[in-house]
Design a protein around this ligand. Sequence first.
Ligand SMILES: CC(C)(COP(=O)(O)OP(=O)(O)OC[C@H]1O[C@@H](n2cnc3c(N)ncnc32)[C@H](O)[C@@H]1OP(=O)(O)O)[C@@H](O)C(=O)NCCC(=O)NCCS
Length: 160
Amino acid sequence: MRRLATPEDIDAVFALYMHEKVVRFLGYDPMPIEDFRAIYQALLDTLCFYVYEREGRIAGFYRATRYPGRIQHVAGLGTLAVDPAFHGQGVALAMVSEAIDALKTAGVKRIELFAESDNAPALRFYEKLGFEREGTLRKYYKRAGEDNYVDEYVMALLFD
Ligand SMILES: CC(C)(COP(=O)(O)OP(=O)(O)OC[C@H]1O[C@@H](n2cnc3c(N)ncnc32)[C@H](O)[C@@H]1OP(=O)(O)O)[C@@H](O)C(=O)NCCC(=O)NCCS
């Protein structure tokens, strides 16, 4: 079940974010917790960064941002991950299905996200949920210590 993240969740979120199987696919390179504090505060300040709990601990997180004005029917998903200890158990499916239901109830008609072209599990996952690939952001993403720039796919899920 999901709830808004709180300042007290920082250690659990940091541990999950920096996990070697996760950090490759999020927005920042590995860093010490002192540097992460400002990034975490910015996530809290969005008022739409959620943690998802299983068995009394944080099993995943995501941000679901509503946009303003003429794109207020659109929401962006991001900063999304599941603890590798829970991978392959349907946690992401449950977590994101709940997020989609909440956004639909709130009147959202389009959910969009960016996914790395070399992130096969995530691409398969989003496709399973019905997200379709709309385009490519070429050379959009670069990890410290790697020479190549990685393309990102724009993906979206639309409903009535
Ligand atoms: C992508 C991620 C969230 C999936 O989480 P998960 O809880 O393991 O996913 P689920 O168990 O709910 O799997 C649901 C579906 O996703 C797909 N999927 C998940 N992991 C997969 C893998 N390793 N390989 C291929 N498909 C995979 C499958 O279609 C799966 O359905 P199935 O089990 O019926 O085949 C997880 O791998 C993760 O946190 N990755 C690191 C962070 C990340 O990539 N975030 C997204 C950035 S865009």
